[in-house]
Design a protein around this ligand. Structure first.
Ligand code: 5GP
Length: 197
């Protein structure tokens, strides 16, 4: 327990990763609403999918703007995933943490790796959570069900999923998403424990 609960503390950073199609967005949305987390909206060069909103799901930017932000060191971490750029804006993240808000990043394993390397210089309390599929067959089925991606796109995502899964052991908390409500429940308990640690 923290010595004095009334003393304002910095926020905690939660990093959520897992292969594409594992159900991260559903879990993320529920965690944000139930635990009052701030979601760090990434910038990406990929096109919006049907139903995705600018400034809510992502900040959709051009490749030129992405490269400019990389050079200007405006991302706390960034990566190329499926040939597209993805990055976490630095200033907003640090401002929220300093305000005492707990922030959730939903990023890939390359990004999680960069955050790990920066951890001591960031001076932020960070917990890393990874979501696994119940099986590879089930993951493939879920990726195919998404419908908005082409066959080639789905195959690329599946191959990359295998790489991502091979990094699961680097995370503090790994959960198999058999049932989404149960997954949300166990991650919620983990986050509550982290908050009161
Ligand atoms: P999608 O295109 O399906 O939204 O995301 C593809 C992958 O990029 C997912 O694994 C997602 O977690 C990851 N991603 C989203 N935003 C970021 C980011 O800011 N940084 C990194 N490194 N990965 C991200």
């Amino acid at each position: 327990m923290r010595p004095n609960a009334t003393v304002k503390r910095d926020g905690i950073l939660f990093v959520l990763s897992g292969p594409s199609g594992v159900g991260k967005s559903t879990v993320r949305e529920k965690l944000i609403s139930e635990l009052g987390l701030i979601y760090s909206i990434s910038a990406t060069t990929r096109a919006p999918r049907a139903g995705e909103k600018e400034g809510i799901d992502y900040e959709f930017i051009t490749t030129e703007e992405f490269e400019r932000r990389v050079k200007a060191n405006e991302f706390v971490e960034w990566a190329r995933v499926f040939g597209r750029g993805y990055g976490t804006p630095k200033i907003q993240l640090l401002v929220q943490i300093k305000k005492g808000n707990d922030v959730l990043l939903e990023i890939d394993v390359q990004g999680a790796d960069q955050i790990r390397m920066l951890q001591s210089s960031l001076g932020v309390e960070i917990y890393y959570i990874f979501i696994l599929p119940p099986s590879l067959e089930e993951l493939r089925r879920r990726q195919q069900k998404r419908g908005s991606d082409s066959f080639v796109e789905i195959e690329k995502r599946f191959q990359w999923a295998l790489v991502e899964i091979s990094h699961a052991h680097e995370f503090d908390f790994v959960v198999v998403n058999k049932n989404v409500e149960e997954t949300i429940g166990v991650i919620t308990e983990f986050m509550k424990a982290a908050r009161s640690a």
